[in-house]
Design a protein around this ligand. Structure first.
Ligand SMILES: Nc1nc2c(ncn2[C@@H]2O[C@H](COP(=O)(O)OP(=O)(O)OP(=O)(O)O)[C@@H](O)[C@H]2O)c(=O)[nH]1
Ligand SMILES: [Zn+2]
Length: 222
């Protein structure tokens, strides 16, 4: 196994520019999910033992396996590019040229600094060029990039870059509002603050387009 910093090469997400990739080891996908679950189960049981927990207790004995399966198959499924959702795009036959907005998309992510939840919503807008995307595919893409150890800025950018490439247009905007449990439930324990990130390209660099999008998402908050 490669361990030193110099030996670790980073491999990229196919669908996004390498400046916003999640840093991954070059051997990240050499093991099967089953092997990863087995190894994480072992290591997590060691953490529990170190905390003084009795793993023969019937309520605790299954926890290392539960946590390992949850990491690999649920919380961090988005680390594996094989799990990227298929993004069906269709020809914009009708010539729709104004903003399309998919808003209040659920965000369930995890902070890469503390491995605690990041919960919130994303709002995505784009102006179709020759292609339109199936609406649910926007929600699926957000879900995929959220299910990695993340920082909110990179999550926002990964969704933006992927959609720009998929839709063959720079005219995309992504807003994320989220609460970080590492801020609200530990450390400073601030229960009220939340974080907003906003990334955009193309026509959304022009204030009138950006403001129209922001007005729409503000007016239609549910
Ligand atoms: N920029 C950014 N920072 C984040 C995000 N999620 C968590 N953080 C911050 O990452 C920082 C890590 O700082 P450290 O000083 O290494 O960690 P810490 O001692 O646990 O910090 P405290 O939370 O202040 O107790 C903290 O300030 C977190 O609030 C994120 O999505 N984006
Ligand atoms: Zn954190």
């Amino acid at each position: 196994m490669k361990t030193t910093k110099e030996e670790i090469e980073f491999i990229g997400d196919e669908h996004i520019s390498n400046t916003v990739e999640t840093p991954l080891r070059s051997d990240a996908f050499e093991k099967s999910d089953g092997d990863k679950i087995k190894n994480i189960q072992y290591h997590f049981s060691e953490i529990m033992k170190e905390l003084g927990l009795d793993l023969t207790d019937d309520s605790l004995s299954g926890t290392p396996y539960r946590v390992a399966k949850m990491y690999v198959k649920e919380l961090f499924y988005g680390l594996n590019p094989k799990n990227r959702p298929k993004t069906s795009v269709f020809e914009n036959k009708y010539g729709y040229k104004k903003i399309v907005v998919e808003q209040n998309i659920n965000i369930d992510s995890s902070c890469e600094h503390h491995f605690l939840p990041i919960v919130g919503t994303a709002h995505v807008g784009y102006i179709p060029n020759e292609k339109v995307i199936g609406l649910s595919k926007i929600n699926r893409l957000v879900d995929y990039y959220a299910h990695r150890p993340q920082v909110q800025e990179r999550l926002c950018l990964q969704v933006l870059k992927d959609l720009q490439q998929t839709l063959n247009t720079e005219d995309v905007i992504v807003v994320v509002h989220a609460k970080h449990l590492c801020v609200s439930s530990r450390g400073i324990q601030d229960k009220t603050s939340f974080t907003t990130t906003l990334e955009y390209g193309g026509k959304f660099t022009i204030a009138t387009f950006r403001n129209e999008f922001l007005r729409i998402i503000e007016k239609n908050q549910r």
